[in-house]
Design a binder for this molecule. Structure first.
Ligand SMILES: Cc1cc2nc3c(=O)[nH]c(=O)nc-3n(C[C@H](O)[C@H](O)[C@H](O)COP(=O)(O)O)c2cc1C
Length: 202
């Protein structure tokens, strides 16, 4: 085994170690609204379920030189956001939205994606996504912050679910139809591969 102290690695090397080993990571495509009304959209793979009861999810947005990215700033200001599960049909367009645009320019304009009003929050979502979670900010946890690094761990409470017709049967989501994709390291993504079952012990 190779043993490494994270303190001996550069910021970039730590990033590459973590994103290369914690795989596959689900991808949240997150829409938020800026104070001037601009609709912002960006993907985040530091994303997971925090709790199912109540339904809580998390995304972690890295700071740039200690400064919040638009997504984190908008969520802290408006206290809401919409998370979309990234699937094979939209992943290329979602990737386009990771471009660094000025805060008053919408990443959605770079794509053919369609904006759709939400049910319980003012922030619109993206119609093409097969699963859409309307969220209100439960808590923001600032971590590891100084002038050069840190992140905002944003915990959202899901206040409304949307799912594409045909994917939701008897309370189960059909993963074949969803076609979720995950992020690996670098520019690599993965589809769901071979699926196998293991019964849980009593
Ligand atoms: C697939 C994918 C996953 C990403 N995951 C994250 C993430 O978990 N955290 C993060 O800070 N940035 C992540 N990024 C980078 C952001 O999407 C990128 O910085 C984006 O420009 C931020 O947008 P904003 O400034 O509008 O918030 C990811 C990019 C891609 C393409």
């Amino acid at each position: 085994m190779i043993s490494i102290d994270p303190n001996d690695l550069s910021e970039r090397e730590n990033y590459k170690f973590l994103i290369g080993s914690i795989i596959p990571r689900p991808i949240a495509f997150v829409t938020t609204v800026a104070s001037d009304g601009t609709l912002n959209a960006a993907p985040f793979s530091f994303f997971n379920i925090v709790s199912s009861n109540p339904p809580l999810i998390s995304i972690s947005v890295q700071r740039k030189n200690g400064k919040r990215k638009d997504t984190a700033r908008n969520i802290v200001e408006t206290k809401e956001f919409v998370v979309h599960v990234v699937d094979e049909a939209i992943v290329h367009q979602v990737n386009e939205t990771a471009a660094m645009l000025p805060a008053n320019e919408s990443e959605i304009a770079l794509t053919n994606l369609t904006v759709i009003p939400s049910t319980k929050v003012a922030t619109p979502g993206i119609k093409e996504a097969k699963v859409r979670l309307e969220c209100v900010l439960e808590r923001v946890i600032e971590l590891g912050g100084d002038h050069h690094n840190g992140c905002d761990l944003l915990i959202g409470k899901v206040v409304h679910y949307h799912i594409a017709e045909g994917l939701y049967n008897q309370g189960r989501i059909e993963h074949e139809g969803l076609g979720a994709v995950s992020r690996l390291a670098g520019s690599n993504y993965a589809k769901i591969g071979e699926v196998f079952s293991i019964e849980r012990p009593e």
